[in-house]
Ligand binder design. Structure first.
Ligand code: KIV
Ligand code: NA
Length: 265
């Protein structure tokens, strides 16, 4: 069967159908989410935190992300795979963005890339799109700019909402096929979603966007500590895995594992 394409996502918006996008960073979870029928898998630079243990997305590199994208592409059959371009790999110039995006497309087999920002990255988006690379935009609380924001705070309130709407329209005009809206007021996200003809993908942006995205470890209860207000926990993977690990470790210590049925004669 063929993969979900940007055209399928455009059609979903035309039909008023909402869709989910979820992060994935390896082959086995990609396979689970593909089996769940989730049409778009994002290899987010959130891998910086959930895979590599950094405390923001700023340090993660192209070299660290590319192997993860390869695993997600290999582990999935139907989903469209979107790869995040990490901080510092596209801002300098459109040529830098094309070089980085080309590496992701050629070396991983991903189907689109995502980059953060509005007006300042329009030349980058235009060149990638002209080169045949589908681009997803990302506005609002763009984590690569956390140090400029002075923390993880709601974006797009008041006057900033006007700028965000303009940025969203400009990304659409530059050829982006969708735009993520992260941690912005719900009424602004709903307005942007109504004005744009390309799909909006919300995270902490309320119910009015065309799609929703989540970091899977947040949704599944693997992320330690307090999670953001927008996170709903659908499982306790931390608890399940902890119990399994403790049970197995205990069986090894007691000698209960391996038993006869796990043993070759
Ligand atoms: O890196 C990421 O996981 C993301 C989503 C949360 C939108 O960019
Ligand atoms: Na990201």
């Amino acid at each position: 069967g063929r993969r979900i394409s940007v055209h399928d996502l455009a059609s979903a918006k035309a039909r008023g159908e909402k869709w989910p996008m979820i992060t994935a960073y390896d082959a086995l979870t990609a396979r689970v989410f593909d089996e769940a029928g989730i049409p778009v898998l994002l290899v987010g630079d959130s891998a910086a935190m959930v895979v590599y243990g950094y405390d923001s997305t700023v340090p993660v590199t192209v070299e660290e992300l590319i192997p993860l994208v390869r695993g997600v592409v290999r582990g999935s059959e139907r989903a469209m795979v979107v790869a995040d371009l990490p901080f510092g790999s596209y801002q300098a110039s459109p040529a830098q963005a094309l070089e980085t995006a080309s590496r992701f497309m050629k070396e991983t087999g991903c189907h689109a890339v995502k980059l953060e920002g509005g007006h300042r990255v329009l030349p980058q988006v235009e060149l990638l799109v002209a080169s045949g690379i589908p681009v997803m935009g990302h506005l609002g609380l763009t984590p690569q700019s956390v140090h400029a924001f002075g923390g993880y705070k709601v974006q797009g309130r008041g006057e900033d909402g006007v700028t965000l709407l303009q940025d969203a329209k400009a990304l659409q005009a530059a050829g982006a096929f969708a735009v993520v809206l992260e941690v912005v007021p719900a009424d602004l996200a709903a307005q942007v979603s109504q004005v744009l003809h390309i799909p909006t993908v919300g995270i902490g942006a309320g119910p009015g966007t065309d799609a929703q995205v989540i970091v899977w470890q947040d949704m599944a209860g693997l992320t330690p500590g307090r999670t953001a207000k927008f996170v709903k926990k659908y499982a306790d993977v931390h608890g399940v895995l902890l119990e399994a690990a403790q049970a197995w470790a205990g069986d090894v210590v007691s000698g209960a594992y391996p038993a006869e049925e796990h043993t070759y004669t």
